[in-house]
Every structure is written in structure tokens, then in C-alpha cells.
Design a protein around this ligand. Structure first.
Ligand SMILES: Nc1ncnc2c1ncn2[C@@H]1O[C@H](COP(=O)(O)OP(=O)(O)O)[C@@H](O)[C@H]1O
Ligand SMILES: [Mg+2]
Length: 401
């Protein structure tokens, strides 16, 4: 009996203990119960045990509890309870029915211990986990969305770049065709110029032939005939020259720079003489390069034509010097005039397509663009312009090999 008492004390000291009668009316509470619930013994004894019931707990839980204990079995649960001050506490609860000798239920005893902190921590943990899950999900979502946006942007950009490149290619093609037409126009002008003198010569020859015919002077007639044939040969040679000049080359060749410059100058000779421009060539005969001769000729012709234009309306001794030299595996060709130089405000733009300071009827603005394209793209060289010695100096630098 003494032992039993000690057990009882041990249980009561270490646990939260209460007893109710068979109807759930409190008949006993220990100090621990009062401490956790905030009620005094007086306030509790005689009341229904549901004073500490938490409104959150579903009815079904209590039904299960009563079912179990009335069947004389032990009921175990973690119960959510409400203290007097309204705060919540959690207790791990075991309820035993106490039976008399005949097996009839006398009362119920509930033994519990406080697990509030545990439950709260677990709940907090669960909440955090939930939050984290949510965050993760939204993050994934956001990353996915962002990635998609970036991909879309990239795709659009690619399309745009493609379109721009296509447009540029079309534009380049057009510019080149126009430039070719412009150069052709210039050429025809040059042919016309070259032919003017032989044509009037032919007129004189014809007149002479008619005279010899009338006078029946056969040897004089023969002289005029031979002269006329020579003139006609020269005229067809001019056409031949221009034709070669215009034939685009398929293959690169090795050619002498000085010969090439001389050919260009001879083609322009007529119009340069008429404009009272003196042109001279200074280069060693032996300088050779490997490349497209006609294209390089075209470039030099364009530059000389510009110089010719720059002299218009100037009352000076007009001179153009074309020179060439080799330098560390490069050939440098210089075209210097004394026409006053390029306007400082536009010198940065002169190689741009369509840039011209001339009247629309005389300038296309394509000449130097062609020069730049030929030198850079076909000859892998570079071309620059500066003002020097009272005029413009164009320098072309191309690799020899
Ligand atoms: N030798 C030069 N002296 C002065 N200005 C020049 C000379 N060469 C070119 N320029 C300037 O560069 C411009 C562009 O030349 P170009 O591309 O050949 O086009 P265009 O001759 O049709 O005007 C010319 O309009 C002119 O203002
Ligand atoms: Mg020009």
C-alpha cells in the first residue's frame, strides 16, 4: 500500500494529471494541471472536463475518445487545449478507465505531458517547408518565364539581324549596279572624247580623197586612204582598250604597276589635255603586284577623275602626279593633285556611298565608294585620303602577293 502511494506521488509530480467521473466531470487535478491551464483547483473541480477544450478540435475526436474509453480501453492522443488566458497548449495524453472489482467503470484518469513547444516547432517547420516549396515553385516558374522571354528575344533578334543582313546585301548589290552604270557613263564620255579628234581627222581625209579623185591624182588618193585606215585602227583600238577595261576578271594575274597606270592615263589623255591638266607618272618599271588589274585600274581612274573635277574653274597650273613604290611587301600608289584639297568638314565622309559635294548632274557620290570596295575587298589593301601640298593626296596600299 505504501509503495502504491509512492507511485502515485511520482506520477503526479512528473505529469499533468486529472480525474473525471464517468460523465466527464472533474474530480481531481494536480498542481501541474493548474499551472499549464491557468485555472485554480477550485475553478476546475466539479466542472466538465471540456473547460480546457480548444474550439479548433473537431467533434469527431471526442466521439472517438468516449467510444474508446467506454469500451474500457486506453485512449492516446496529442490534444490541443485552451488555457484560461486563451493561449493554446498541446499535451500528449493517455486516458485510462479505472474499473471496480466487478469490471464496472468507476472513473477516468488522464495523464499527460506538455508537448506545446514540440508541436509549435513542428508546425513552424511545416509552415517554413510549405513556404519554401511555394518559393521554389514560383522561382522555377519565374526562371522558366524569364528563360522563355530571353529565348523569344534571342529569336527575334536573330530574325532581325538576318533581315538587316539581307537588306544590306540588296543595297550593296544596287549600289554596285548604279556605280557600274556611273562608271560606264564616264567611260562613254571618255570614248566620245577620244574619238572627237580622229573623227575630225577622218573628215579632213575624206575631203582630201574627194579632191584627189576630182584631180585624178591616184597616188594622193592612196596616201589619204592609208592615213584614214590608220585613224580607223586607232579608233577601234580605243574601243578595244575600254572593252578590256570593263571586262571583269575571273582570275588574279601578276602585272606591272607602271604599265597599268600608263594605260589608265592614256585612256584619260584626251579629256585631261582638254582640261589643261598635266599628268605625270613616277614609278620604277619593275614593280609588280598579283591581283585584279582591271579593278585596280578602275580605282585609279576614279581618283584621277575626281582630281579633274576638283580643278574645274581654277586658274592655276594644274598638275596630277601618280607615283608608286614598294615598302615591306606592299605596293603604295599615290595620286597627288594641286586642286586645293578636300573640304575638311567632309573628308571623313568621302568614301561613303552617295556622298558627293557636286551637283546632282555631275556627281553620284559612288566613285570613292567603288575605290574603297575594290581596294579593300578585291585587293585586301587600304585606301586613305589627306590634304597635302595644296591638294588632295590619295594613298593606296596593297600587299604584293
Ligand atoms: N581630288 C579631290 N579634291 C577635292 N575633293 C575631292 C577629291 N576627290 C574627291 N573629293 C570629294 O569627295 C567627294 C566624293 O567623291 P566621289 O565618291 O568620287 O563622288 P563624286 O565624284 O560623284 O562626288 C567629292 O564630291 C568631293 O567633294
Ligand atoms: Mg567621283
Amino acid at each position: 500500500m505504501e509503495e502504491l502511494k509512492q507511485y502515485k506521488t511520482a506520477v503526479e509530480k512528473s505529469n499533468i494529471v486529472s480525474k473525471t467521473d464517468i460523465n466527464g466531470i472533474i474530480t481531481f487535478v494536480n498542481d501541474e494541471f493548474c499551472k499549464i491551464s491557468g485555472y485554480t483547483q477550485k475553478e476546475l473541480i466539479g466542472k466538465n472536463h471540456n473547460v480546457v477544450r480548444h474550439p479548433d478540435v473537431p467533434k469527431a475526436n471526442f466521439e472517438l475518445l468516449w467510444d474508446t474509453i467506454l469500451r474500457k480501453e486506453t485512449f492516446k492522443t496529442t490534444a490541443k487545449n485552451k488555457a484560461k488566458n486563451g493561449s493554446t497548449f498541446y499535451v500528449n495524453t493517455t486516458i485510462f478507465p479505472i474499473l471496480d472489482k466487478s469490471g464496472k467503470i468507476l472513473e477516468f484518469i488522464a495523464i499527460r505531458y506538455d508537448v506545446t513547444e514540440n508541436v509549435l516547432l513542428t508546425e513552424e517547420l511545416k509552415r517554413k517547408e510549405e513556404e519554401l516549396k511555394h518559393l521554389n515553385a514560383t522561382l522555377e516558374n519565374r526562371v522558366e518565364k524569364q528563360t522563355k522571354q530571353l529565348l523569344d528575344l534571342n529569336r527575334n533578334l536573330e530574325i532581325k539581324v538576318k533581315e538587316e543582313v539581307e537588306k544590306n546585301r540588296e543595297k550593296d548589290k544596287m549600289v554596285f549596279q548604279q556605280a557600274r552604270l556611273a562608271a560606264m557613263g564616264e567611260m562613254i564620255g571618255n570614248i566620245a572624247h577620244q574619238w572627237r579628234q580622229p573623227l575630225s581627222e577622218l573628215g579632213i581625209i575624206l575631203f582630201g580623197m574627194k579632191k584627189s579623185f576630182i584631180h585624178n591624182d591616184l597616188s594622193e588618193l592612196e596616201k589619204h586612204y592609208i592615213h584614214g585606215k590608220k585613224v580607223i585602227d586607232r579608233m577601234s583600238q580605243t574601243i578595244e582598250d575600254f572593252r578590256n577595261f570593263f571586262n571583269p576578271e575571273k582570275h588574279k594575274n601578276t602585272f606591272y604597276i607602271k604599265d597599268m597606270i600608263s594605260e589608265v592615263v592614256s585612256i584619260l589623255a584626251g579629256s585631261l589635255t582638254k582640261a589643261e591638266i598635266q599628268i605625270s607618272i613616277k614609278a620604277r618599271k619593275t614593280i609588280k603586284v598579283f591581283g585584279y588589274k582591271n579593278e585596280l585600274s578602275q580605282a585609279i581612274l576614279n581618283i584621277i577623275n575626281n582630281a579633274k573635277d576638283a580643278f574645274k574653274g581654277k586658274n592655276i597650273k594644274k598638275r596630277i602626279v601618280v607615283s608608286a613604290e614598294t615598302m615591306n611587301g606592299f605596293v603604295c600608289i599615290y595620286i597627288q593633285d594641286n586642286a586645293g584639297g578636300i573640304d575638311k568638314n567632309v573628308i571623313d565622309k568621302i568614301f561613303e556611298p552617295y556622298f558627293t559635294t557636286k551637283h546632282a548632274s555631275s556627281g553620284t557620290g559612288l566613285g570613292l565608294y567603288i575605290v574603297k570596295t575594290i581596294i579593300e575587298n578585291s585587293m585586301q589593301g587600304e585606301v586613305t585620303a589627306e590634304n597635302r601640298d595644296g591638294g588632295a593626296l590619295f594613298a593606296i596600299k596593297i600587299p604584293i602577293k
